[in-house]
Design a protein around this ligand. Structure first.
Ligand code: F6P
Length: 316
């Protein structure tokens, strides 16, 4: 048996730990393993080479992905997918493990549709894969945003300011709400809460009237312009306000212990699912326990997650 693997979409801390686990588990089971450069682009271009145990040494703690990543919009087109399948078949590769987010899984489903076996491993800082409680990279990105917001709190307290901070997550508010809980934010605004500017201003005004020295507002990306919001807070509430966009620092850095262990367990499971004859599946997290679901279910079927928005109401 020969297995290839790739990382695709936005990189996430722990992708390297997953690559390492896939490569080492393949070698353990006498399976030849191949790395594809730069996601689906490398698959279409035939940029594929065999990997050995030493290729994945000294990397469990490294952020990013040693294989490189890319977003390839044209991977929706049948003829582009067919070229990828041809490249894999020419090398006698039997299956592909794809590590990434929802776009990566859609690519895997397109390959399955053309008769090529795949397994997906969820890795994205957004934690937006419905069927997986956590995705590889989420807790590392959370640590990064928590450390950054802690620093903002120091200066916010000294200067009696309101700090408005934008957190990544695409259309999912998980990174924002978890950051808000971890940093003791007073307000968290995400697609789940909706954006109600006058309610935010009222809440900030109330905090000012109560004599609160400083305030932290976490806003998920794509909700509003945080600089404009800070300006409105300053105009209307008497707080001096500043905005910070955390941006891409959340994607980098060494993975947390949780992400290294989750990535290792998912990498092992992905290889063993293929070895047992399964395909068209994704590994999913139930905490640190690893299960599997079909690729289409994992994108659509939501599992119950803790309601942290309710917790925030109790804590502020
Ligand atoms: O999916 C991860 C992510 O960092 C999102 O949080 C963000 O919206 C997006 O990727 C940014 O994408 P790009 O790297 O293409 O700018």
């Amino acid at each position: 048996m020969k297995i290839a693997l790739l990382t695709s979409g936005g990189d996430a801390p722990g992708m390297n730990a997953a690559i390492r686990a896939v490569v080492r588990t393949c070698i353990y089971h006498d399976i030849e393993v191949y790395g594809v450069r730069d996601g689906y682009r490398g698959l279409v271009d035939g940029d594929i080479k065999q990997l050995y145990s030493f290729d994945v040494g000294q990397m469990i703690d490294r952020g990013g992905t040693i294989l490189g990543s890319a977003r390839l919009d044209s991977f929706k087109e049948e003829k582009v997918v067919a070229k990828a399948v041809k490249n894999l078949r020419e090398r006698n590769i039997d299956a592909l493990i794809t590590i990434g987010g929802d776009g990566t899984f859609k690519g895997a489903m397109a390959l399955e549709k053309q008769g090529f076996k795949t397994i997906g491993i969820p890795a994205t800082i957004d934690n937006d894969i419905n069927g997986s409680e956590y995705t590889i990279g989420f807790f590392s990105a959370l640590d990064t945003s928590m450390e950054a917001i802690d620093k903002l709190r120091d200066t916010s307290f000294s200067h009696q300011r309101c700090t408005v901070v934008e957190v990544m997550g695409r259309d999912c508010g998980d990174l924002s709400i978890y950051s808000g809980i971890a940093c003791g934010a007073e307000i968290v605004v995400t697609s789940e809460t909706g954006y109600n500017e006058s309610a935010i201003l009222k809440r900030v005004q109330k905090a000012k009237n109560q004599g609160k020295r400083h305030l932290i507002i976490v806003v998920a990306e794509h909700i509003t312009d945080v600089k404009e919001l800070a300006g409105k807070i300053q105009e209307n509430t008497g707080y001096d306000a500043r905005a910070t966009v955390l941006g891409y620092i959340q994607r980098g850095g060494s993975p947390s212990a949780f992400d290294r262990v989750l990535a290792s367990k998912m990498g092992i499971r992905a290889v063993e699912l293929l070895k047992e004859g399964h395909h068209g599946l994704a590994t999913v997290s139930r905490g640190l326990h690893v299960d599997s679901m079909t690729l289409s279910d994992v994108l659509t079927k939501e599992i119950n997650k803790p309601d942290l928005y309710e917790s925030l109401q109790k804590l502020r």
